[in-house]
Design a protein around this ligand. Structure first.
Ligand SMILES: Cc1cc2nc3c(=O)[nH]c(=O)nc-3n(C[C@H](O)[C@H](O)[C@H](O)COP(=O)(O)O)c2cc1C
Length: 158
């Protein structure tokens, strides 16, 4: 079984999550950055895991575009879906539902909310202003959930 973890990340958190997830998955796994490979072919893979971060309530447009372009082929694969985001609980679940189309969510064998990070030195001026205004955050926050990543892998490996 060959698996592709295909992710879209702005400041690297989703990439870190994807790499961590790879360590827990069985079989041959490639981690693919949509920024570098926007037209990645899925032909070689039986399983595809899609992951993105959330900005202003929305999944990254690169991932949206990729899903649109590969809708039919994705329908033939074993699917897993995850998000990196700072919201938790119902708010995070709502974001997840908005992020991925119904068909993919009903096909998915593992869904993950892996948490997120604010690393001030990675953010631009406007991003720092926004998170200060909206969340009151002015220092680094690390909320990546390694246990969730492991649980996701256990579910996906079955
Ligand atoms: C400007 C800005 C807006 C954000 N908006 C949201 C949001 O609407 N919901 C949320 O849960 N997290 C939000 N986040 C948190 C990011 O999803 C989080 O920082 C994530 O770890 C970023 O991952 P990346 O580096 O892979 O892009 C926001 C972060 C920034 C900097």
């Amino acid at each position: 079984m060959k698996t592709a973890i295909i992710f879209s990340s702005t400041h690297g958190t989703t990439e870190k999550a994807a790499q961590l997830l790879r360590e827990h998955l069985k079989g041959d796994v490639d981690v693919i950055d949509l920024k570098k490979c926007p037209n990645q072919s899925l032909t070689d893979y039986n399983s595809v895991i899609l992951g993105s971060s959330i900005y202003a309530g929305s999944v990254k447009s690169r991932l949206k575009q990729f899903i649109k372009q590969n809708q039919n082929e994705l329908g033939t694969k074993k699917i897993g879906l995850f998000l990196c985001c700072m919201y938790e609980g119902d708010k995070a679940t709502k974001q997840f539902e908005m992020a991925y189309p119904d068909e993919l969510r009903s096909q998915s064998v593992a869904n993950g909310l892996f948490g997120g990070e604010f690393i001030m030195s990675n953010l631009n001026f406007i991003e720092r202003k926004l998170i200060k205004k909206i969340d009151g955050v002015t220092t680094d926050v690390f909320k990546m959930n390694a246990q969730e990543i492991e649980n996701f892998a256990d579910q996906f490996n079955v």
